[in-house]
Design a protein around this ligand. Structure first.
Ligand code: XMP
Length: 504
């Protein structure tokens, strides 16, 4: 699809530029800042955006490229570092900042900008600033101390970040740039679905067969629905593994729901295998590795028995792809996520990754468009290693049972009180801590349960959800009354960072 290209000079907000553009109807892709001009031309972009970045144009190692060559392909928008690069390359002056300026500021437009008020609040985050304009450029907006925006016949530069929510009218500014580029607002879910279906049909030959491992979550469910719609259920086999670490009734419910949706799905019961391999394991990373390994073994055994699959569908999302193009590189491994990562060498599948270019919210919209039920689309994320990483210490059937009952009571309460959809993720964690209690006049010495609920937009950062006192009281009362073996409930009031969302 034709759209906008965003060259990522390393800003923490680059993904947001892509998301905001898509939200206002324009497809956008993120590329390395040093991608060849031939590749850029081959994509026929309507416009090119040079993102912000942590560097100064004066550093020897800072990423640079000819903006004149880029402007011959399409109109340019430079944001922060992108703007400074334009000024620097075209003979303007960039003044080195002595410290980074970070936060809200007011800017004043000196001529019309897409009907936004003449004075508006914006979000700045920069070190250097443009001190004088290159020839052919006009001052467009200023802050109290410096140039906030400039324009020429083919280029716009913004010192602030239109993609950040704290910048007022940011979407209008991005839409105005799209209009300046004469780009049609054609990134609409119905069109996206049509294109995704066509792509799958084109990728898979008429005799070829496709396999999907379902997790019960949004991405794999939407992928299964999409691929089944494109190829028909005879050629698409879904697999759902019971690793014994699922929530109460989840295996049966999920299988039933998928079958009702017309998917060809087979459930594989491997609880015993997972639990026996987890016996005695208490270290979080070891648990993740064991669960990952047993999953692969189960998967491999099943595929060997059935045979005949040419493709494997994976629910890879765009943020995973972007990680590999960024100049800043990947982040540290905090936890070994995505346990279904590496298949053994000899399992040679071709991959179908229909959502390689979609953000999570777009996958959700695709799912709704394909007719998946809203409760499935808005399910809270659930990690691959399941309850295995929500039981601190050793995982046993007995402890799983406790956690399943408590979690079911907690989540049912949130749904009953219309709180579930206000929360990104809510779950219980069974702690390896016993404490003394009193129930029915008798002393108890039972397990402690932590409950967690967080708000977030992407799971990268999170804030704890502020329940009302009566809600917390009622959740605690129901759990301690109904689950024998838990006599104490605590609420986790930690953000991410410094904590992670899951406890292990
Ligand atoms: P953390 O705990 O790192 O989690 O703050 C961020 C988000 O990722 C989910 N998560 C996982 N998802 N496999 C998954 O598919 C995993 O191994 C895994 N570990 C964490 C977590 O639930 C949260 O939404």
């Amino acid at each position: 699809m034709r759209g906008f290209l965003i060259l990522d000079f390393g800003s923490q907000y680059t993904q947001l530029i892509a998301r905001r553009l898509r939200e206002v109807g324009h497809y956008s892709e993120i590329l390395s800042p040093l991608v060849s001009i031939e590749e850029i031309k081959s994509k026929k972009p309507y416009g090119i955006i040079l993102s912000g970045g942590p560097n100064s144009v004066y550093e020897a190692t800072s990423p640079r490229r000819s903006v004149t060559a880029l402007a011959e392909v399409a109109p340019l928008l430079g944001v922060c570092y992108g703007m400074q690069l334009m000024a620097y390359e075209l003979g303007g002056q960039v003044q080195r900042g002595t410290s980074r300026e970070y936060g809200p500021e007011t800017v004043e437009w000196l001529s019309e900008m897409a009907g936004v008020p003449q004075k508006q609040n914006v979000w700045m985050s920069h070190g250097d600033v443009v001190a004088s304009l290159p020839t052919g450029f006009k001052l467009w907006a200023k802050s109290s101390t410096h140039i906030a925006a400039f324009q020429s016949e083919k280029m716009w530069g913004l010192q602030f970040h239109p993609e950040v929510a704290h910048t007022e009218h940011g979407e209008k500014i991005l839409s105005a740039f799209a209009k300046f580029c004469s780009a049609p607002a054609d990134w609409q879910t119905s069109e996206v679905v049509k294109e995704l279906l066509q792509k799958v049909k084109a990728q898979v030959g008429p005799e070829q067969k496709v396999l999907i491992a379902l997790s019960g979550g949004v991405d794999s469910s939407v992928a299964a629905m999409l691929v089944t719609k494109a190829l028909g259920p005879e050629r698409v086999q879904c697999l759902f593994v019971n690793n014994g670490l699922l929530r109460k009734n989840e295996f049966e419910d999920v299988l039933h729901n998928y079958q009702n949706l017309g998917l060809r799905v087979e459930g594989v019961r491997a609880e015993k295998e997972f639990l026996s391999q987890l016996a005695g394991v208490t270290d979080p990373e070891k648990k993740r590795k064991v669960i990952g390994r047993v999953f692969i073994e189960t998967f491999e055994k099943w595929v060997e028995q059935k045979g005949g699959f040419d493709f494997l569908v994976q629910g890879t999302l765009y943020p995973d792809v972007i990680e590999s193009v960024s100049v800043v590189g990947g982040s540290h491994t905090i936890k070994t996520h995505h346990n279904v990562g590496g298949l053994p060498e000899h399992m040679k599948f071709k991959l179908i990754e229909p959502f390689r270019f979609l953000f999570k919210d777009e996958v959700r919209r695709v799912g709704l468009e394909l007719g998946l039920p809203a409760p499935l689309i808005w399910r809270h994320p659930f990690p691959g290693p399941g309850l295995g990483i929500r039981i601190l210490g050793e995982v046993s059937e007995e402890r799983l049972q406790l956690l399943r009952e408590a979690d079911d009571i907690y989540v049912s309460y949130l749904k009953e009180k219309d709180l579930y959809n206000k929360i990104w993720q809510a779950f219980c964690v069974l702690l390896p801590v016993k404490s003394v209690g009193v129930q029915g006049d008798a002393r108890t010495y039972d397990a402690t349960l932590a409950i967690r609920a967080v708000t977030s937009t992407d799971g990268m950062t999170a804030d704890w959800f502020a329940f009302s006192g009566p809600d917390l009281r009622e959740i605690s009362r129901r759990i301690t009354n109904q689950v024998r073996g838990i006599n104490r409930v605590v609420y986790d009031v930690t953000c991410k960072p410094p904590a992670t969302i899951e406890w292990e």
